[in-house]
Write a protein that binds this ligand. Structure first.
Ligand code: AMP
Length: 118
């Protein structure tokens, strides 16, 4: 069973922010910003590429509500989904990173070859 499924089952502890029947939000163990929350479906879905429109329609207001609760809605925040190997996904259970609490930088994410696609 994957580590996030173990968190859902309560077999591994997490610093929970909020949950409902379908989704769970908890603090990232290795935060990359003052506020770094992970939002996951309780059902095991491997990655963003496997989501359905139905799940996205439900997880979107859940994420927006978490952002409001943490007062990130006014100043803004970043939503990141690492998808698969090239996307840098390490935990193969779909998760949305909510990052905020400060003005975030926008780093170069790969060697500077991007301009060749312009
Ligand atoms: P990703 O690279 O998108 O797969 O991100 C996985 C994230 O899960 C990383 O930011 C980790 O710090 C985080 N993480 C891994 N294990 C745990 C855990 N037990 N509790 C909270 N966050 C975790």
């Amino acid at each position: 069973m994957c580590i996030f499924c173990q968190i859902v089952k309560g077999e591994i502890p997490c610093n929970k922010v909020y949950e409902n029947d379908e989704f769970l939000a908890f603090h990232d163990i290795n935060p990359k910003a003052p506020i770094h929350i992970l939002v996951i479906p309780k059902e095991h879905v491997e990655k963003f590429q496997d989501t359905t429109p139905e799940m996205m329609a439900k997880i979107t207001p859940f994420i927006q509500e978490i952002a409001k609760t943490l007062e990130l809605d006014k100043r803004g925040y970043r939503l990141i989904v690492n998808n698969g190997d090239d996307g840098g996904q390490e935990v193969m259970h779909l998760h949305f990173h909510i990052l905020g609490g400060t003005k975030l930088t926008w780093p170069q994410l790969a060697p500077d070859e991007s301009k060749k696609y312009l």
